[in-house]
Write a new protein. Structure first.
Length: 249
């Protein structure tokens, strides 16, 4: 590992479990980011498919990134467990948790970090920026748009509306962890509630800057539900808080 850590480094943590069919697309979206410097930590959570092979092949194309690393967990511990295993590896000023079935648009990090820096000049307790998204199917074809809501800590107590990914100050993630590994659904809701409970605030950027993949294996169950709706002719923007579960043990 390189000893000298560059200023404004962005660490992207990518938990993966049996998403060999998607993970290369997610990694490539990191490689294509207009923002630099970036380090990418892929945490394979005991996959039983050929994820590790695909991850290694994909990272071989990532020579423009400051640093890449794979953490291979022998036993499946769940998404929050995978994130916990990476907390001690995060070296960047900023952090993104990127699910391995999603992908970032090329200017995602640039726009979010710019917005975060601007917001912090007026409100130092702002620690994260999140955006809307494009909904895509398993094959990567656009379906509709997914919308989040403006930041409201009281709303967060009732609904899960802040997506994964978001750009976060790394210190806000690290100081809040480790996260409760007994939670298997509503994992991002648990994480955001913990961060907000520590006094941090967020900013919503109402622009679709990442692609959220809908398929039968989404942990939240959103993929099956939206795919069924689209196939039945229900088109239009989706308010994501109506689909994502709150934290469930």
């Amino acid at each position: 590992m390189t000893a000298q850590i560059p200023a404004h480094l962005l660490t992207i943590v990518m938990p993966n479990y049996n998403y060999a069919r998607y993970v290369a697309d997610a990694i490539d979206s990191v490689i294509r980011q207009s923002y630099q410097p970036i380090e990418l930590i892929v945490v394979d959570d005991g996959s039983t498919d050929n994820s590790l092979e695909i991850i290694e092949q994909s990272l071989a194309r990532a020579d423009k990134l400051f640093h890449t690393e794979v953490i291979a967990i022998g036993k499946n511990v769940g998404k929050l467990g995978a994130i916990n295993r990476a907390l001690g590896k995060i070296r960047g000023e900023y952090c993104i948790i990127l699910d391995s079935d999603d992908r970032l648009l090329p200017d995602y990090a640039t726009k979010c970090i710019t917005a975060l820096a601007a917001a912090r000049e007026e409100q130092p307790r702002v620690a994260f920026v999140y955006t809307d998204c494009n909904l895509i199917n398993a094959q990567g074809k656009a379906i509709d748009r997914g919308k989040s809501a403006p930041f409201d800590p009281l709303l967060l107590e009732q609904f899960s509306y802040i997506p994964e990914p978001a750009v976060v100050l790394s210190k806000a993630v690290i100081e809040t962890g480790p996260f409760d590994e007994s939670i298997k659904r509503g994992t991002k809701h648990h994480k955001w509630r913990r961060i907000v409970a520590n006094g941090w605030r967020g900013v919503h950027l109402p622009e679709p800057l990442f692609c959220y993949r809908m398929h039968d294996s989404n942990l939240s169950g959103i993929g099956k539900r939206i795919t069924t709706e689209v196939e039945s002719g229900q088109q239009g923007e989706r308010i994501l808080s109506g689909y994502w579960p709150t934290e469930v043990h």
